[in-house]
Design a protein around this ligand. Structure first.
Ligand code: SER
Length: 361
């Protein structure tokens, strides 16, 4: 049976933006006696990320042989399934996106269920879903809607959104109903937990292939001294949060007692700036920033279909979620200090940040 295999947490998409953030916190748990951390990514991990893992596999999550190998080597107790093609990239190759985003998720859920069968305990599974799971029919409805809860407007306009919604449903199925009619069925093999994340902004990395990328791109471009052409209108508004908040949310949800959870999928919310709000803060910090707005109709329509504000009351109630930052606080306390250091530049101390700590120079 499983007694010779090392117990491990598996992270897919480990070299992506969220993987960078998450591996830091898993490595900290590992250092104080937590389980081994094993990573899978289609690309070789860079050295700093590799150092945080016990074992890194380069491979495709659609490759059954790779997953079988993992199963043979490790007793996997938790999975963070982060690998995905983001929304803009997925629209250029929707069928491939489906294979990776849904097919990959199905493989990982199957792996989790097989692991549960082999070691006899439920495997906890984290799935990052997205505001892309929503589809507001038009701008008028979006602006009239106010905070959107998890069950409303789930008619996504993108393949990525359809894939995320499918992943949520598959997770719920593997948790509660997997192989309902099988004689050798095991009840509740997977404990599936998911968060519909807003756009995420990291001070350390820039995203690739997403549609909320204009937020992080704008600030990193200004710090790098590069002109930025924003692909959405100034009034475009969707929710965002910082990467540390996203990692805190994922780990907090994964540590929550199962009895406290009333659903599989939760919204979380921090702040909801317009693209112009974002640009104003970037210009405050980098007075020479060149930011133009040149909306791309297709990407604009995707952003317009995402809600402006999400209702996170279930997450607050069930597992104590609360955001760390306001928009101003995120700039002053997290983004600007780290980004300025990273690019070796100074930021102007802006009056707009009144009340927030002064920036490091
Ligand atoms: N940030 C993602 C994207 O833009 C949304 O989940 O695709």
């Amino acid at each position: 049976m499983g007694h010779q295999r090392a117990s491990a947490v598996l992270v897919t998409g480990a070299s992506g933006e969220m993987g960078h953030g998450l591996l830091g916190s898993l490595a900290a748990e590992r250092a104080v006696g937590g389980p081994a951390v094993i990573a899978v990514d289609i690309r070789e991990l860079d050295a700093s990320i590799r150092a945080k893992c016990d074992h890194a596999f380069v491979g495709d999550i659609c490759d059954h042989a790779l997953l079988e190998r993992l199963l043979a080597m490790y007793e996997i107790t938790e999975i963070y399934h982060l690998a995905a093609l983001l929304s803009t990239r997925s629209e250029f190759a929707p069928e491939t996106a489906h294979q990776v985003n849904v097919g990959g998720t199905l493989n990982l859920l199957h792996l989790a269920a097989e692991q549960a069968r082999s070691h006899g305990s439920t495997v906890r599974f984290f799935f990052p879903s997205s505001i892309a799971a929503y589809g507001m029919p038009d701008l008028k409805t979006k602006h009239a809607a106010r905070a959107v809860d998890e069950s409303s407007y789930c008619e996504p306009h993108t393949m990525y959104g359809c894939n995320k919604l499918a992943g949520e449903h598959l997770g719920r199925y593997y948790s509660a109903h997997y192989r309902k009619l099988a004689k050798d069925r095991i009840a509740h093999p997977v404990d599936f937990r998911s968060i519909r994340f807003p756009g995420i902004i990291s001070a350390d990395t820039v995203p690739s292939g997403g549609t909320s990328d204009y937020g992080p791109e704008m600030i990193h471009a200004a710090a790098a001294g590069t002109p930025y052409r924003c692909f959405v209108r100034p009034d475009s508004t969707i929710p965002f949060m910082t990467m540390p908040e996203a990692i805190e949310a994922a780990t907090r949800l994964m540590r929550a007692p199962a009895a406290r959870l009333t659903r599989c999928v939760y919204n979380v919310a921090s702040f909801s700036p317009s693209a112009e709000d974002f640009a104003a803060l970037v210009r405050d910090a980098f007075p020479n920033a060149q930011i133009d707005f040149d909306p791309d109709l297709g990407r604009q329509s995707i952003v317009d279909s995402w809600p402006a504000v999400c209702d996170d009351s279930a997450a607050r109630r069930d597992w104590g979620w609360k955001p760390t930052y306001t928009l101003d606080g995120a700039f002053a306390e997290y983004l600007l200090p780290i980004i300025a250091r990273r690019y070796g530049v100074r930021t102007a101390t802006a009056g707009r940040h009144a009340g927030a700590p002064r920036l490091e120079g």
